[in-house]
Design a protein around this ligand. Structure first.
Ligand code: XMP
Ligand code: MG
Length: 181
């Protein structure tokens, strides 16, 4: 295990098993639909690449970069700005937003109405992690991997200061890693 990690919250095996389940469920639910997976960069990129391979129906993928105004490194506040937009038209598509973690929900609660204005058939959320105790916006993932406690988690795409995204599991950082900075 990485020496900066205090403990593992979700193991590589647990992630793999859950993603197989999610992929099968999404494949059933969207069968016959024009599914477009939208990954919110950068955190969801690891989940995206695993999830898309667990989906057995035809689907397209696209990427988006959003940033929140006035947010610090570990919190999200205020409105979102689209930094990199989607490459394609959403008309008639069934959009599934792929996220690393639904925390306060503020980011997606602002992004969803922006996407809905583009006339997709549907917009739903698939998030590998959720921190229900932190929720501020009235929003829940339609497809969810794991609930995690209110701790700053890293790995499986999630970073602290751009590090730890490559860890194959989700873990909690040792407190001294934050306080050192
Ligand atoms: P909201 O609060 O709008 O924010 O749901 C979601 C985004 O905040 C980031 N986030 C985290 N990133 N460890 C991280 O590495 C965490 O524990 C964490 N909590 C929130 C993340 O980018 C997510 O997309
Ligand atoms: Mg993120």
């Amino acid at each position: 295990m990485n020496r900066d990690i205090d403990h593992v919250l979700v193991s590589q095996q647990q992630l793999q098993d859950k993603i197989s389940e999610l992929g099968a469920q999404i494949s059933r639910d969207y069968d016959g639909h024009e599914l477009l997976l939208v990954s919110i960069l950068k955190g969801s990129v690891v989940f995206m690449t695993d999830l898309m391979r667990a989906i057995s129906i035809p689907c397209a993928i696209d990427f988006m970069v959003v940033s929140s105004y006035g947010g610090s490194n570990t919190t999200t506040t205020g409105l979102v700005k689209i930094v990199k937009d989607l490459d394609q038209d959403l008309t008639g598509k069934d959009v599934l937003i792929v996220e690393d973690i639904l925390d306060t929900g503020v980011t997606l609660s602002h992004l969803m109405p922006m996407l809905r204005m583009r006339n997709p058939s549907s917009v739903k959320i698939c998030s590998i992690l959720s921190k229900p105790s932190r929720r501020k916006a009235d929003i829940e993932p339609d497809y969810k991997g794991f609930d995690v406690p209110d701790e700053f988690v890293v790995g499986y795409g999630l970073d602290y200061d751009e590090k730890y995204r490559n860890l194959p599991y989700v873990g909690v950082l040792k407190p001294e890693i934050y306080t050192k900075a």
